[in-house]
Design a protein around this ligand. Structure first.
Ligand code: RFL
Ligand code: PHB
Length: 394
């Protein structure tokens, strides 16, 4: 079997790359370990940066996002029983779209399948070979039979726990573990606020988000080693009521839980993101804590760069953008890593911390919610910084 670009992983990164390559007439095969149903129902991120939504439209998969996604012009920061709104449109002229990651994945799979694209699910034992040559190879097992895919390039878009990163020699990684995790729920209940609420409370962080006019997504800061069995639904609701209260009658609407899980929080950046004919994209190379809503957006930004670089190579043999891939991608990754760390430290309560740390976080929240300069900084990072080949700040 032969293709031009072999892609490991059918998450947002792998699928979008396959779609963007297809639009340039470049062939690819996507190899995914899980089954289609699992991939399409994994509840994860929900916030699309302005540029992410634009990119999905350009990729021809924006239709359902534009009809079902929720356009938000700001967010609310809540602390000390008070709410403060950061208006994204006022500060940056841009908004965000609230649309679940699994919906993006469904739209991308449908687009690839409709165009006759080759996306294979339930593929096991992926191994990579001859990455230092111009004819790398992916070996894998499908329906209990071994197979091999010859390609020009291999893209490791197989997430944080994938195998691709392990093939990069001399990898350097930067890492930070946080002393907390997020307990996330999806509830069949209409959102209790029109916009997202990021709340810092003495008991810890809470986030009110949503997926549709009838489904709410919420998160609570918990200990990293927390056992989900110790969080029956009543305890989750009680804690959400407490942490999201605003002292002036905010009411949280409850409903049956559709999903419940704990996500660890870490920052991780691996460099370089490429070696020979292997290039990494998305979570395979970097992870951010979810407080800045950057994970999926970064995966999509990587793929924009890759699609342009591979497009140049296939158009006329240009390799400059490919050679500069790590440098280009990491500039955005480090900015988002800083923003995510900053949002995380400002909004969470460090269980091993002291009153000094708490006061610093509160002083920062006070500053962000009173200074137009700081509000603009939050807004431009949250809605998404300009791409290398995109709009400028002003
Ligand atoms: P993905 O989405 O993890 O996709 C990687 C795909 O590769 C497959 N795979 C393999 N396939 C073949 N062979 C192998 N050996 C393979 N190993 C793995 C996997 O099954 C999967 O389908 O990575 P991608 O495309 O880079 O996209 C990144 C985003 O998914 C990620 O950044 C965000 O979802 C992060 N994230 C969140 N981000 C937010 O902004 N807000 C959130 O609320 C949020 N919640 C989350 C999250 C990530 C989570 N993970 C990874 C544990 C919640 C969770 C549980
Ligand atoms: C979500 O809706 O899942 C969500 C929103 C904002 C975040 C993280 C997750 O920062």
């Amino acid at each position: 079997m032969r293709t031009q670009v072999g892609i490991v992983g059918a998450g947002p990164a792998g699928l979008l790359l396959s779609q963007l390559l297809h639009l340039q007439g470049i062939e690819s095969v996507v190899l995914e370990r899980r089954d289609r149903r699992y991939v399409e129902h994994r509840v994860r991120a929900g916030v699309l940066e302005y540029g992410t939504a634009e990119t999905l439209r350009e990729a021809g998969v924006g239709k359902r996002m534009d009809s079902d996604g929720l356009l938000h012009a700001g967010v609310v920061l809540r602390f000390g029983l008070r709410s403060h709104r950061i208006d994204f449109v006022e500060h940056t002229g841009r908004s965000i779209t609230v649309y679940g990651q699994q919906e993006v994945v469904k739209d991308l799979i449908a687009a690839r399948v409709d165009a006759g694209g080759d996306v294979r699910f339930e593929v096991d034992d992926v191994t990579l070979h001859d990455l230092d040559t111009d004819h790398p190879r992916i070996e894998f097992v499908e329906d209990s039979a071994s197979d091999s895919l010859q390609c020009d390039f291999v893209i490791g878009a197989d997430g944080f726990h994938g195998v691709s990163r392990g093939y990069l020699p001399d990898l350097v990684h930067y890492e930070r573990a946080y002393p907390f995790a997020w307990l996330g729920i999806l509830a069949e209940a209409p959102p209790s606020s029109e916009e997202l609420i990021y709340a810092r409370h003495a008991n810890g962080f809470a986030l009110h988000s949503m997926r549709s006019p009838t489904v709410t997504r919420m998160y609570l800061q918990v200990a990293p080693e927390e056992n989900i069995d110790e969080w029956p639904d009543e305890r989750i609701w009680a804690e959400l009521h407490t942490r999201l209260s605003d002292g002036s009658g905010f009411t949280l609407t409850e409903g049956p839980l559709l999903d419940k899980g704990i996500t660890p929080m870490r920052s991780f950046v691996a460099t370089p993101m490429q070696h020979g004919r292997l290039l990494l994209a998305g979570d395979a190379a970097h992870i951010v804590p979810p407080t800045g809503a950057k994970g999926m957006n970064l995966a999509i930004a990587d793929v924009r760069v890759l699609s342009r670089a591979l497009g140049g190579y296939y158009a006329d043999g240009r390799t400059r953008l490919l050679e500069r891939y790590t440098e280009t991608a990491l500039r955005r990754v480090w900015r988002a890593t800083h923003f995510s760390w900053w949002m995380t430290s400002m909004l969470h309560v460090d269980p091993g911390g002291d009153a000094f740390g708490d006061q610093l976080a509160l002083a920062q929240l006070e500053y962000v919610t009173t200074s137009p300069a700081m509000a603009t900084s939050l807004a431009e990072n949250y809605t998404g910084l300009p791409y290398e080949h995109g709009w400028s700040y002003r």
